[in-house]
Ligand binder design. Structure first.
Ligand code: SDX
Length: 432
């Protein structure tokens, strides 16, 4: 497939054991070409080998594009910093799902439809009481989101485009409600129902911080900041959790189960759990004078310690989201009059030192989106255990958009990687 219909690139030549093999090369609209190795095993009897998929594309996609060297992130072609500045999360959801920004009328219809699906089945509240009060909210999210498929038999025929549309709306609309309920359960508060006269992000904030005794006045700067944080986290090409959703979906699993699998993968500290881990690291460092000790540990391979919130598989330049995140962090701390947050001082000094240190410079380790998000979310009043839940609320639209794209791809088939076997050759069972 060549997007511009210009003659495709010349095929790649591979010589293996004296035999020459030609492999087709395909170009996208921007970014690296790909060498199509689908026929490699048939031609050579060999598999490719790429643990962690550092050089492997597992699909073609029109949704998100990252240029790691330039530090560029595009959602359907629009730069992330422009969307963060000029759009809002629900409009970005429409863009990611449909490929174009909504007209005013399209936005009004989309927003109303989402609003009308924000409540969950009342019986879902019983799932929460099965968890211990101190259960990690991500454990609750995996369980309750997965259980959605037990409630919505009418939108589980994944081959029916209308069922996929209904499931998409339900996922987007209910994830904030389920997340807010996970938070309320963890602090022993009664659940707050969504209110239809609030926008998506304000509704989520109110469900988290209002109580039956006292309503929550949504602070416009906080709501705008969280909406922007949701935009920054919405999608990110074929990251680990999105690849998990695609692989689960490739078997025909229902979308709720696929999203639950994505939530489980996001939880890892090397991925979405890094915002929680980064704040815990800043708290462990505690003060600026202890930074050198931790920088030294991060360079010592035997320590097993890494600077959480630093480094990225794709970005070998500054994560463009981190820049917007840093700006948002300062806005929130200023609005809440906590600009003397000691953790912010530690974070800024740690960033300054790391960006000058040859170890980090040579390995192109820059702050990523998770470096400043934790300080910001804590200032908003969220406990550390909710940070990755917020990431999951935002990323749900990316997971669903990628799942939808895969389901509509005529070439999609069940994902089934091969391996390099290094175990025992055939041996007979010992007959004693
Ligand atoms: C997210 O994929 C995505 O798009 C993810 C994400 C998204 O939006 O979905 O962007 C969200 O997950 C952001 C990343 C959050 N994770 C962290 O902040 C955890 C800390 N970072 C690392 O663990 C690491 O940087 C990764 C996991 C993010 C990337 O790992 P890679 O690409 O496999 O890189 P690597 O582990 O091979 O590291 C390359 C080198 C190694 O040294 P050498 O073996 O070359 O000597 O850099 C070192 C690593 O030891 N290194 C670090 C480091 N990250 C990498 N050293 C110290 N501190 C770090 N944070």
């Amino acid at each position: 497939m060549n997007v511009q219909n210009k003659p495709g690139p010349a095929p790649a030549q591979l010589t293996h054991q004296g035999r020459a093999v030609e492999l087709p090369v395909r170009s996208g609209s921007i970014g690296p070409d790909v060498i199509d190795v689908g026929g490699l095993y048939k031609e050579t009897g060999c598999f490719t080998y790429d643990p962690g998929f550092t050089s492997t594309a597992n699909c073609s996609s029109k949704i998100t594009y990252i240029d790691g060297d330039k530090g560029e992130l595009l959602y359907r072609g629009y730069p992330i910093e422009q969307l963060a500045e000029h759009s809002d999360f629900l409009a970005v959801c429409y863009l990611l799902l449909n490929g174009e920004l909504p007209t005013n009328e399209q936005f009004r219809d989309f927003s109303r439809t989402i609003t009308n699906h924000t409540m969950v089945h009342e019986q879902m509240t019983r799932f929460y009481t099965g968890f211990r009060r101190d259960a990690h909210p991500m454990a609750i999210m995996v369980g309750v989101v997965g259980a959605l498929s037990a409630f919505y038999h009418d939108s589980l025929d994944i081959n029916d485009p209308d069922h996929r549309r209904v499931a998409t709306i339900r996922m987007l609309a209910k994830t904030p409600t389920i997340a807010a309920m996970a938070y309320k359960y963890s602090i022993g508060h009664p659940f707050m129902y969504p209110k239809n006269d609030l926008d998506y992000t304000s509704n989520f904030l109110r469900m988290c911080f209002a109580t039956p005794c006292e309503d929550y006045r949504v602070h416009p700067v906080i709501s705008r900041a969280l909406d922007r944080i949701f935009i920054l986290h919405a999608d990110h090409e074929q990251n680990a959790s999105t690849s998990t959703v695609r692989l689960a979906g490739s078997s025909g699993a229902n979308p709720f189960a696929c999203i639950a699998a994505g939530i489980a993968c996001l939880w890892g500290p090397a991925h979405g759990g890094a915002n929680e881990a980064a704040l815990n690291m800043l708290e462990e460092i505690g003060s600026v004078d202890r930074i050198p000790e931790f920088i030294k540990k991060a360079k010592d391979k035997t320590s097993g310690f890494r600077l959480m919130g630093f480094g990225h598989r794709v970005y070998k330049n500054y994560d463009p989201r981190a820049k917007v995140m840093q700006k948002t962090c300062h806005e929130v701390l200023t609005a809440l009059d906590i600009t003397n947050d000691p953790l912010l001082k530690v974070a800024m000094e740690l960033e300054r030192i790391a960006l000058q240190d040859d170890y980090f410079v040579s390995k192109k380790l820059y702050p990523n989106i998770d470096f400043y998000s934790g300080i910001t979310l804590r200032a908003m009043g969220f406990p550390v255990s909710m940070f990755t839940v917020l990431f999951a609320v935002a990323r749900t639209v990316g997971w669903i958009a990628q799942w939808k794209e895969m389901m509509e791809d005529p070439d999609q088939k069940i994902g089934r990687p091969r391996q390099l076997y290094i175990g025992s050759p055939r041996r007979e069972f010992p007959m004693i």
